[in-house]
Write a protein that binds this ligand. Structure first.
Ligand SMILES: [Zn+2]
Length: 102
């Protein structure tokens, strides 16, 4: 009996690249469709299909462009935050020695 076939690292990378390219392609198509379906300046109807605003296409696509995704954790704008539980435990003796009235 042989082990089930598992994709190797190169196959996974190729698939990730292919899917990222597909997502970019679909986001571009979505943005192009959103740009076509807009109101006339002087009427609440869609320029592309003359339906009352919001037209069925615009409703199906959503009113706005896709939400921005979170900045990746290795991105240049990433900032890690420390919360209380990440901080070292307070040392009461040291607080007494360094702070307060003496
Ligand atoms: Zn429309």
């Amino acid at each position: 009996m042989s082990a089930p076939m598992t994709p190797d690292r190169e196959q996974i990378r190729a698939e990730v690249d292919r899917l990222r390219a597909r997502v970019a392609e679909l986001e571009a198509q979505h943005a192009a469709a959103l740009a076509l379906h807009r109101t006339y300046d002087d009427s609440a109807h869609c320029v592309a299909d003359d339906e009352p605003w919001p037209c069925t296409t615009r409703t199906a696509l959503g009113q706005s462009a896709p939400a921005l995704t979170e900045d990746p954790h290795d991105g240049p704008l990433h900032h890690s935050y420390a919360v209380g539980r990440d901080l070292p435990e307070a040392d009461p003796a040291r607080c007494h020695r360094d702070g307060g009235a003496s």
